[in-house]
Design a binder for this molecule. Structure first.
Ligand SMILES: NC(=O)c1ccc[n+]([C@@H]2O[C@H](COP(=O)([O-])OP(=O)(O)OC[C@H]3O[C@@H](n4cnc5c(N)ncnc54)[C@H](OP(=O)(O)O)[C@@H]3O)[C@@H](O)[C@H]2O)c1
Length: 285
């Protein structure tokens, strides 16, 4: 049987997976919330429906794979969107859920692998843990992919840099981790093809840095001045609670398990290579 993927939340990551599945002869049904996103997918010949998971579940169908890449709601302590989807999907070869490394909470800068117990410290991370628990208890064969900051074409801080926005000084910065969206999509495909079911995977490029590194690297590539640096005390006065909450967590994320189980390795293993790709793609658009 040809693979038939249901991609729930077919945004940046999902559409890359969709194109790969279609190019390999498989079928895809993509779900998004808005008609604008649906139309964009259809323009790329990706079959798509607009469905608001806050109101209804996905349509019935026989799918070999489900990729669930929609975020939980912004409030509450659970993920009713995912719950609706899990009720509708009764049989599937693999249910792949994209979660976040935020579930680990603050790890004092230590290296973190999947053996570490989640310790969410925000409502946002708590909802992710609730979602992961639902996936693990679904009775379906599952994998959970925990992603750190996702970057890619159109999602790097060029404007912020040009506006002279400050960054935290290295001395006061947490470790931050990233994955290029193309590498995350390849990880989804590698997991679907080769990973044992019922296993969690971190998906990171393995190159943690202080927060400012991305801005400095980008500045160097663009020929701009490096960003001004501020202390944690100044950041607390200037930045939103949401932004600060990301910076309270410090950890270095290992993806050794994913590499060992599937042979996956990131194409963009350094920030410099990944940023160059983003700028190259921006130039050809
Ligand atoms: N941003 C990060 O750095 C980061 C880090 C770790 C994990 N993640 C998570 O990883 C996953 C994949 O990320 P991504 O960047 O590929 O996501 P993305 O491009 O933002 O796509 C999210 C998709 O979910 C859909 N969606 C949102 N709410 C929905 C609803 N109520 N009903 C139906 N569809 C809904 C959106 O549809 P519309 O386009 O129509 O709104 C969109 O297609 C997401 O869950 C994201 O939260 C993100």
């Amino acid at each position: 049987m040809q693979p038939h993927w249901l991609i729930v939340g077919c945004g940046d990551t999902g559409s890359r997976v969709a194109r790969n599945v279609l190019d390999s002869g498989g079928q895809v049904l993509a779900l998004v919330r808005s008609s604008a996103s649906r139309d964009q997918l259809r323009q790329q010949s990706i079959p798509a429906h607009a469905i608001d998971l806050d109101e209804q579940g996905p349509p019935a169908g026989r799918f070999t794979h489900v990729l669930y890449a929609a975020p939980p709601p912004r409030e509450g302590d659970d993920d009713p969107r995912l719950a609706r989807c899990l009720t509708a999907v009764t049989a599937v070869d693999r249910f792949i859920y994209i979660s976040t490394t935020g579930v680990y909470g603050d790890c004092n800068g230590e290296w973190v692998n999947e053996e570490r117990r989640p310790a969410p410290q925000t409502g946002r991370a708590g909802r992710r843990v609730a979602a992961e628990t639902r996936v693990q208890g679904s009775g379906l064969p599952w994998n959970i992919l925990r992603a750190p900051g996702i970057y890619g074409p159109g999602r790097i801080p060029i404007e912020r840099l040009r506006d002279g926005a400050p960054v935290l000084s290295d001395a006061q910065s947490p470790w931050t981790n990233r994955i290029h969206v193309a590498d995350l999509a390849q990880a989804v495909l590698a997991v679907a093809a080769r990973a044992p079911a019922d296993r969690v995977y971190n998906v990171s490029d393995g190159q943690p840095t202080p927060m400012a590194a991305q801005y400095r690297e980008l500045a160097a590539l663009l020929g701009e001045a490096p960003p001004p640096e501020i202390s944690w005390a100044e950041a607390q006065e200037r930045w939103s609670e949401m932004r600060l909450s990301f910076l309270r967590d410090s950890r270095r994320v290992s993806s050794d398990r994913l590499r060992q189980d599937t042979g996956w390795s990131p194409e963009f293993s350094t920030l410099r290579d990944g940023l160059k790709d983003c700028l190259r793609q921006a130039a050809v658009r």
